[in-house]
Design a binder for this molecule. Structure first.
Ligand SMILES: [Zn+2]
Length: 200
């Protein structure tokens, strides 16, 4: 038995999502067609609106609905302090901490030559221009500690040093309230290397 063409089309469309294979896609399509017509219509509307209305902020590359995102547009944020992160989710994490008043640069990935992700794909040519422009005082590196994250951090370090811009890196280490026995060795070693004087 074959599906009706529109059902097939729907199933196929779901397979574009990360981690969704043909069987999961089929389950999703059936669920919406059987019991979720209204949610399905809302999903379609949300997809349409986002695909047409979301762009990348021209300063920081985060998702935005205008040329600049609210953070880059805010006069309260220090434009001379830029935190480099890999994804928009990282920006949210920093914002939730409420501690950071600088701006961001969102790479939307990390260097991964085998996957065809080079400096241009991460907007590093744009970052280099901004660094050379002289408005940035300090770059804070907050990329991941994977091999790709490290390679990305070192590439950006070179760009910043060429431009004479100070670079710092967030301390990596032991989570608050975490038990040391659950922390992996690499994290613990990094936390040890990044230790600071203990003061009252
Ligand atoms: Zn922005």
């Amino acid at each position: 038995m074959k599906h009706a063409p529109l059902v097939d089309q729907l199933i196929h469309a779901f397979t574009c999502l990360p981690g969704v294979g043909p069987r999961s896609a089929q389950r999703m399509a059936y669920a919406l067609l059987d019991r979720g017509r209204e949610q399905g219509r809302r999903l379609g509307d949300a997809l349409h609106a986002a695909m047409d209305g979301v762009q990348h902020c021209q300063r920081c590359r985060n998702y935005a609905e205008a040329e600049l995102c609210p953070i880059c547009e805010s006069p309260k944020r220090d434009a001379s302090l830029i935190c480099i992160v890999s994804t928009p989710a990282d920006v949210l994490a920093f914002e939730q901490s409420g501690e950071y008043l600088g701006q961001y640069f969102v790479l939307m990935g990390e260097l991964s030559p085998l996957d065809g992700i080079g400096p241009r794909e991460l907007g590093l040519d744009v970052l280099e221009q901004r660094l050379q422009g002289g408005e940035i005082r300090e770059l804070i590196l907050a990329t991941g500690t994977t091999v790709e994250g490290e390679a990305t951090a070192h590439y950006i370090l070179d760009l910043a040093q060429d431009a004479g811009v100070q670079v710092t890196r967030i301390a990596q280490g032991v989570p608050m309230g975490g038990d040391l026995e659950f922390v992996d060795g690499a994290t613990l070693a990094q936390a040890l290397r990044a230790r600071r004087p203990f003061e009252s």
